[in-house]
Design a protein around this ligand. Structure first.
Ligand code: 5GP
Ligand code: MN
Length: 343
């Protein structure tokens, strides 16, 4: 994003507009945090802003400031379409390819004639937005929104609501500031967000200490299903639809579970395979440490993508077949897997 583009965006935002903000499907803390921060920023500037999420977001994010105002494209379709049609600007946050909103909403967005502004930290962005702010080295889209506000000379306008949303997304996308993507700049921004009103202890509590008993039982099931493949430095977890049903699975319940597989001593590649009978797919989350790229692995084998150390994908095979396919591909990566961590 160059100086001319920043100036153009400043001009665009200098008079009241109807603006829509879109996170990816199954929005996580970073996608919702970035969207609600942008929403609060634009509302305060006098714009008529609407967050349109493709579908619902997890309960552990429902306390975020103004999250109740967000529309869900699948449930509030007429209202959501109207907001999109009437808007002159759409922000696309925390994704970089239109299919990441799901096919229904993708069709609506494909026909959109207004101005797209995309802010995202994933690799290989599609060419869909007039204004693209993309940086794969930054830990979270929320940190990028902070940098975006810096470019607009608007950091002083960050209030408690905006600070709270940005803090939440940076926290969730960095695994509470522990992933390698967390830099000294990240910590400086976090310090500033606390100064601007983000209540750090409360935010951690709201996100991480509001588990249901069922969710923890499901975690127990996940851990007992874990398989470690020592000679590949790999571990994986499976969850079948019947296991999800047994523990009354709610959206977000499996978030972060794959990290337990990555926490096994010596493991640098972790996967979780989650059966979704309704969509007839297996949803896959992949994590790694060091140089082994799960983005590449997901693109090569499971119709997905993401970052080098955190990616996702899907399979149309059964759960057992998907795991079998995973196990057959592993030997091709053995030398990468054995040498990923020590560099
Ligand atoms: P998660 O495993 O938490 O669902 O996703 C990890 C990362 O991979 C996220 O940054 C997410 O955006 C990305 N990701 C997850 N699933 C997919 C997918 O199917 N396609 C692509 N391109 N990225 C994905
Ligand atoms: Mn993100």
């Amino acid at each position: 994003m160059n100086i001319t583009e920043i100036k153009e965006i400043k001009d665009l935002l200098s008079s009241p507009k109807k603006i829509v903000i879109v996170p990816h499907r199954n929005p996580d803390g970073d996608a919702m945090g970035a969207s609600l921060a942008m929403y609060n920023f634009l509302i305060n500037l006098g714009h008529e802003a609407t967050v349109v999420a493709p579908n619902d977001y997890p309960d552990f994010l429902k306390w975020l400031p103004n999250s109740k105002q967000a529309l869900k494209f699948d449930m509030q379709n007429r209202q959501a379409k109207k907001a999109i049609e009437e808007s002159s600007i759409i922000f696309l946050l925390d994704f970089n390819a239109l299919h990441r909103v799901g096919s229904d909403m993708e069709n609506t967005l494909k026909n959109y004639n207004g101005t797209y502004i995309m802010i995202d930290h994933h690799q290989q962005p599609d060419d869909v937005a007039k204004y693209l702010f993309s940086d794969t080295s930054i830990c979270s889209t929320c940190q990028m929104v902070y940098h975006f506000l810096e470019k607009l000379d608007a950091v002083s306008q960050i209030n408690k609501e905006i600070a709270t949303s940005l803090y939440t997304g940076i926290m969730t996308d960095t695994g509470s500031f522990r992933f390698a993507s967390t830099t000294s700049t990240t910590h400086r921004i976090i310090a500033d967000l606390i100064d601007k009103g983000a209540e750090n202890a409360k935010i951690h509590n709201n996100v991480y200490d509001t588990n249901s008993f069922d969710r923890l039982q499901l975690l127990g099931k996940s851990l007992s299903n874990m398989v470690v493949i020592k000679d590949m430095n790999t571990a994986y977890i499976t969850l079948s639809q019947s296991e999800l049903d047994e523990f009354n699975y709610q959206k977000g319940d499996t978030e972060g579970v794959v990290n337990y597989a990555l926490s096994v001593d010596g493991v640098i590649f972790a996967a979780i395979f989650i059966e979704d009978k309704e969509q007839s797919i297996v949803k896959i989350s992949l994590r790694s440490k060091g140089t082994f790229s799960v983005n590449k692995f997901a693109r090569n084998h499971f119709d997905g993508g993401g970052h080098d150390n955190a990616a996702g994908g899907r399979s149309n095979l059964t759960l057992d077949e998907t795991v079998a396919k995973f196990l057959t591909t592993l030997p091709d990566y053995q030398s990468e897997l054995l040498h990923s961590y020590e560099e």
